[in-house]
Design a binder for this molecule. Structure first.
Ligand code: AMP
Length: 207
């Protein structure tokens, strides 16, 4: 099968971690709007910069993210898409530019999501992910992989994390319902270790 895979889930469900692994495993592109936007926070667009939307936990306007995804997919043979589409308009745009082979929903309970988000730390240098309780680095504040400094994302404070979850329920749940109605959605219980969740995704993709 070709590998055009969409990973859906709330903020903190593990999309980033699992998408990276899947893209490595299948040798395809990892396309993530969150990372692309973080790298271009101060890019001028006709709507202003992405920064103000991101710091408030709101969605960046569709034309900005649609353009990022269209350019990334045009260059990709296969891909794992992560963080997009986040509303029905984006889902509609996506269906116009590509066909998907698999849509996986990572299901994780709300309170678990808040704990994961507020405890998350990321390496400022290489982007590796940690969690202060669930996956601490060997030395506090220092990346095991590259020795870089571990920082908290500005939108991982409790207030903004809860706002992002609300935005997810208002805007992205309808996208999940849409794929479920189409019969294209496979669900994976995301409340387990990264290795276990990766194995579960591998199993459903093999079916
Ligand atoms: P993420 O890293 O996926 O949690 O995304 C971080 C932030 O980037 C989100 O809270 C949004 O502000 C913005 N963002 C990422 N992907 C999208 C998208 N598909 N549509 C709109 N905004 C997005």
């Amino acid at each position: 099968m070709s590998h055009r895979i969409l990973l859906l889930g709330a903020p903190g469900a593990g999309k980033g971690t699992q998408s990276k692994r899947l893209a490595d495993e299948y040798g395809v592109e990892h396309v993530t709007t969150g990372d692309a936007l973080r790298a271009n926070k101060d890019m001028e667009t006709e709507y202003g910069t992405p920064r103000s939307f991101m710091e408030a936990g709101d969605l960046v306007p569709d034309p900005v993210v649609n353009e990022i995804v269209e350019a990334a997919l045009a260059d990709a043979d296969g891909f794992v898409l992560d963080g997009y589409p986040r509303n029905l308009e984006q889902a509609e745009f996506l269906s116009e530019i590509t066909d998907l082979d698999a849509v996986v929903f990572l299901d994780v309970d709300d309170e678990v999501l808040v704990d994961r988000l507020t405890g998350r730390r990321v390496c400022d240098e290489c982007g590796a992910n940690y969690h202060v309780d669930f996956q601490p680095p060997a030395e506090a504040g220092v990346c095991d992989e590259c020795g870089g400094e571990l920082i908290q994302r500005e939108d991982d404070t409790e207030e903004t994390a809860r706002e992002r979850l609300q935005v997810f329920y208002d805007n992205t749940e309808p996208v999940i319902e849409h794929f479920r109605d189409e019969g294209d959605l496979v669900e994976v219980d995301g409340e387990a270790t990264p290795d276990e969740v990766f194995a579960r995704i591998g199993d459903v993709l093999a079916e």
